[in-house]
Ligand binder design. Structure first.
Ligand SMILES: CC(=O)SCCNC(=O)CCNC(=O)[C@H](O)C(C)(C)COP(=O)(O)OP(=O)(O)OC[C@H]1O[C@@H](n2cnc3c(N)ncnc32)[C@H](O)[C@@H]1OP(=O)(O)O
Ligand SMILES: N[C@@H](CCO)C(=O)O
Length: 398
């Protein structure tokens, strides 16, 4: 690497406002302190990080949010890991006059399954992400986004960044580490790499290894982004008029959304309905196409294409058994009491994946089979079925 990050990293004034995904300058705050505002985004500078592939990320920054209070014994902390395009914003402000927001707002909070009156909940933005942690959109000392200079990272690299965050916060052992989808991959890596540092684990809708089928879906999405003429090898940030690989990124999201939802749900919701007054056979659109367009377009307004490519590559690299004698040998190293949850309509990470995890564990809370939730929402069920997911998590954390 021929670049170094300085301590006063600032967003570039040259970047068109609508491409500036995260306009917050990156002041490197100190560690969390009792009394800090819940849900306030903090940043930890975690030193140079050498990736599994031997590249160095200088002055790695991880953005994170916390809720609740770390007790004196420092043994009430729960790590929550987000999925591919999530962030540290698990839950926002709640109360009179405040809407509750965040991707697991029904799960984390006072009196909720991960009860913040009792637990100290920590949620980092993953390494390579675009919501505050080091990633391709990070501004380098030359005032330009790192773009392709940001190296490939793996699930293990992302967990290493989180391990450093735990050290930074003075948390030797998590009461529990939980996460869904790609976040579940992080949970598994935590449980295998640092078995002594967590008591309990929850793996939701995640596989122990990315299969050919999953890599194929990822590869198509990567191609969609990288074949956009505005991708420019990942150096697209300074194009005139805010141009960028928006079409490619939106197409990738549309492809992904199909796998996040189930055929039954899409068929029930949309059938063969038209979105327009014009018959699709004569140029109009089907409702389901419109739905995917909305999600694809919306996504380009909140996510960086370079980050997306790095994170999808990280997901494809996932193999719990790499260098450990295979998946089953790796699973046998897990000592955390583990909840494994699958969703019966998940076509992205099907229940067979969670069956393999549960069967390989000696510490699964449901024996050698996973808990299977019945939901028509497919993979996204872990985000939507918060009552069922929350009840399972409440029981796990005790
Ligand atoms: C841990 C993490 O992964 S965090 C990241 C998760 N969040 C995301 O991925 C953000 C993208 N959103 C999603 O994936 C999903 O919306 C979820 C999982 C968050 C929630 O799912 P649901 O509540 O079932 O929302 P759904 O997918 O039905 O989308 C609803 C939107 O589609 C719109 N929509 C529905 N039908 C159509 C249609 N025919 N044409 C256009 N838009 C449509 C709705 O108007 C609604 O828009 P609104 O949000 O402005 O109200
Ligand atoms: N909706 C989720 C699905 C992937 O788990 C996301 O975008 O992160």
């Amino acid at each position: 690497m021929d670049w170094q990050l300085s301590d006063d990293v600032q967003p570039s004034a040259r970047v068109p406002a609508h491409l500036l995904l995260d306009p917050t300058p990156v002041p490197v705050t100190g560690a969390w302190r009792p009394g800090d505002d819940p849900g306030e985004r903090l940043f930890a500078r975690l030193g140079d990080l050498t990736t599994e592939h031997g590249a160095t990320i200088p002055s790695t920054v991880v953005a994170y949010e916390t809720w609740g209070t770390l007790n004196e014994a420092r043994d009430n902390a729960i790590l929550v890991n987000h999925a591919l395009t999530g962030d540290s914003h698990v839950v926002g402000a709640a109360g009179p006059g405040h809407a509750t927001s965040g991707w697991w707002a029904g799960v984390v909070g006072a009196g909720l399954p991960l009860d913040t009156d009792r637990w100290f909940v920590v949620a980092p933005n993953m390494l390579g992400g675009c919501q505050g942690s080091s990633g391709p959109a990070t501004i380098g000392p030359d005032g330009r986004e790192l773009g392709s200079r940001f190296p490939r990272v793996t699930i293990r690299d992302q967990v290493e960044a989180q391990r450093r965050l735990a050290d930074h916060l003075g948390i030797d052992r998590w009461h529990a580490v939980v996460g869904g989808s790609m976040g579940g991959m992080h949970v598994l890596e935590w449980a295998v790499t640092h078995p002594e540092r967590l008591g309990k684990a929850a793996v939701l809708a995640a596989p122990p290894i990315s299969s050919a089928d999953q890599i194929a879906l990822n590869g198509l999405q990567l191609e969609a982004v990288q074949s956009d003429p505005h991708w420019l090898g990942g150096e697209y940030y300074d194009q005139p008029d805010g141009q960028g690989p928006h079409k490619g990124l939106a197409l990738a999201r549309r492809m992904a959304m199909v796998n996040y939802r189930s055929p039954d749900e899409l068929n029930r919701r949309f059938g063969r309905g038209w979105q327009s007054s014009v018959d699709p056979d004569h140029g109009g659109r089907y409702q389901v196409e419109s739905y995917l367009d909305v999600h694809g377009n919306r996504f380009t307004r909140r996510f960086d294409a370079g980050s997306y490519v790095r994170l999808v590559l990280a997901m494809s690299s996932h193999d719990l058994g790499r260098g450990r004698g295979g998946v089953e040998a790796a699973l046998s190293r897990i000592t955390a009491e583990t909840l494994v949850v699958g969703i019966d309509s998940d076509r992205l990470f099907p229940v067979a994946d969670q069956q393999r995890i549960a069967a390989g564990l000696s510490t699964s809370v449901s024996g050698d089979a996973p808990v299977v939730l019945s939901s028509e929402f497919g993979h996204d069920g872990f985000l939507i079925e918060t009552d069922a997911v929350g009840a399972l998590l409440r029981e796990l954390v005790g």
